[in-house]
Ligand binder design. Structure first.
Ligand code: PEP
Ligand code: MG
Length: 552
């Protein structure tokens, strides 16, 4: 049928890029009912719940094993987390209490408690904890489904949807265990009215290569069932009943996309080498623990910049040594043998947390921030360094400090680190003896005295975001200064060149972790200047590896 015009266009947020064609099919869940039924014997209802809960834990253990190959250890681990959540005393006792208090059936109690926990998680400040809301719904649906099966009300497990031909799956939100059940040959795309790009669902969809758009909102209405659509995961648009012109345009785009994609996949698992055989370490930048899955899926060879300030920004008070230790340990364990360069606290300027009660300043970007704050408040710095060193035995850690402008600052940092090692030894706390220590070169001062700084450190990492702003006297927060904030400016490029030359002269490696590292247009110049390591946005890893193979 020739369609004259598109009947509707929906818009959401891209969780995984790519183009998909298919009929919209809404996900149907057997557990969608939550009717309350009166029970006379609450003890036997609690027993029913207990049986279903233990059954769910056994299922999750099997699902973990089965997912290892499909998704990898890093992603499958969510099913171990689910097992732990099903053992959470607060969750379990809330359900049992509700059964008794309302003399109600277990299905009803599970649904009600799940909604309460979901709400609590969603209200949390921490992105990672907000992501747990989907998990509590997931485990509760599983228990409910088992309850219904035990009662003979349900024959088959799980979810269903129209299975004829390629479909674009539509739903309010998908939980991880539903996502892994999808067959990516049938489900060409996913649209959710809710969801978040950081949820495990989004991460799984990316790993499975299914183009996904989340947060479409109320416009994802049930009357769209069965309608033909095009999902454009590059722009976040979904075209319902598109006209022939749109179909042809997107078919061409998809052909190009597919060809590019399969070309890039050839670079997965490979080393990053230039045409002449020079190896470059291609790492990725990370903002939080939640990014680790994404980084692993991106095939980055390590983390080149872990912005530890996000841990402080998400907390309500100074994170303790133990709290930080737990996070760094997970990051390092998550990365296995791969290097993780964790940057010490870079708070100040645009990155603040209320409890720091930073003094208002005229020019906070050039104020008491980052390493300046840490050297003023040594207890703060020491807490972080102790946590980092204690975690160092769990992986391949490097530490770097931000905003260095002088030799004295570097000497002071190293002295504090030595003190911490002595302290830890005295307390018989283990730490690795091969933790590299580096600095960010992100001020013109550091670049200009890089010959004096290089002999003091194991590596340099060039932060071109700040280096550009300070070299060109152009505030990176001010959108009106767009053309002034030019990282290609010869002044910035000369500072990069000086830093690399001085680093190499002293025998240390030099990396780059500012946004310029992900810029394909600048890649040739970086290779020519002799960069050793690049830390980029995870989605650019394979693209850059492919490009590097054709350069130098
Ligand atoms: C930089 O300044 O280039 C950098 C990587 O650090 P941030 O963007 O966190 O300031
Ligand atoms: Mg910076």
């Amino acid at each position: 049928m020739i369609r004259e015009k598109i009947s509707a266009v929906l818009q959401g947020t891209t969780a995984n890029k790519g183009i998909a064609f298919g009929k919209i099919s809404f996900l149907k869940r057997a557990t969608d009912t939550d009717a309350k039924v009166h029970v006379d014997n609450t003890d036997s209802e609690i027993e029913r719940f207990e049986k279903a809960r233990l059954h769910a834990i056994a299922q999750l253990s099997a699902l973990y094993e089965a997912s290892l190959e499909k998704l990898g250890e890093q992603n499958a681990v969510v099913f171990q987390i689910h097992q732990m959540m099903l053992d959470d005393p607060d969750y379990v006792s809330s359900i049992k209490k509700l059964i008794v208090k309302e003399e109600a059936n277990a299905e009803y109690a599970v649904t009600k408690v799940a909604r309460r926990f979901e709400k609590q998680f969603l209200e949390m400040d921490n992105d990672y904890m907000r992501g747990r809301a989907a998990d509590v719904i997931d485990i509760s649906r599983r228990v409910k489904e088992i309850l219904m099966m035990h009662a003979g009300k349900l024959k088959k497990h799980g979810i269903s949807f129209d299975n004829s031909g390629p479909i674009i799956l539509a739903t309010d939100d998908l939980v991880p265990s539903e996502t892994v059940q999808l067959d990516s040959k049938k489900v060409t795309g996913i649209i959710t009215s809710l969801g978040s790009t950081r949820s495990h669902t989004a991460i799984f969809a990316r790993t499975m290569g299914i183009p996904t758009i989340v947060c479409v909102g109320d416009s994802l209405t049930p009357d769209l069932e069965g309608k033909y659509a095009i999902l454009d995961g590059n722009s976040g648009y979904i075209y319902i009943e598109p006209d022939e012109g749109t179909i042809t345009r997107y078919s061409e785009m998809k052909k190009t996309d597919d060809a590019q994609h399969s070309h890039l996949e050839e670079f997965r698992g490979k080393e990053t080498v230039t045409r002449s055989g020079r190896s470059i370490r291609l790492y990725a930048n990370s903002g939080s623990l939640a990014d680790i899955d994404l980084i692993k899926a991106s095939d980055a060879e390590g983390i080149g910049l872990f912005r530890s300030e996000y841990i402080y920004m998400q907390a309500h008070d100074y994170p303790t040594e133990d709290e930080q230790f737990a996070i760094y340990k997970k990051v390092l364990q998550g990365m296995g043998k791969k290097k993780a360069i964790i940057r010490t606290l870079d708070i100040g300027a645009d990155k603040t947390a209320e409890y720091f009660m930073l003094k208002p300043e005229e020019n906070p970007a050039m104020g008491v921030r980052a390493i300046r704050l840490c050297l003023t408040n040594k207890a703060l710095f020491k807490t972080q360094l102790r946590a980092l060193y204690r975690a160092s035995v769990f992986g391949n850690l490097s530490i770097m400090v931000p905003m260095i402008t002088s030799v004295e600052e570097v000497i002071e940092c190293k002295r504090i680190i030595e003190d911490i090692k002595v302290e830890l030894k005295a307390q018989e706390l283990e730490f690795a003896d091969n933790v590299e220590f580096g600095i960010m070169v992100e001020t013109p001062a550091a670049a200009l005295i890089s010959d004096e700084l290089a002999p003091l450190v194991d590596f340099f990492s060039i932060g071109t975001n700040d280096l550009t702003q300070f070299t060109l006297a152009a505030d990176r927060q001010n959108a009106d200064l767009g053309t002034y904030l030019n990282p290609y400016h010869h002044a910035v490029v000369r500072l990069i060149e000086t830093t690399i030359k001085n680093g190499h002269a002293a025998g240390i490696w030099v990396g780059i972790c500012g946004e310029l590292a992900s810029d394909e247009k600048f890649l040739g110049k970086l290779i020519q200047l002799g960069i050793d390591e690049m830390s980029v946005v995870p989605s650019s890893v394979l693209t850059l590896r492919a490009k590097i193979a054709s350069l130098g």
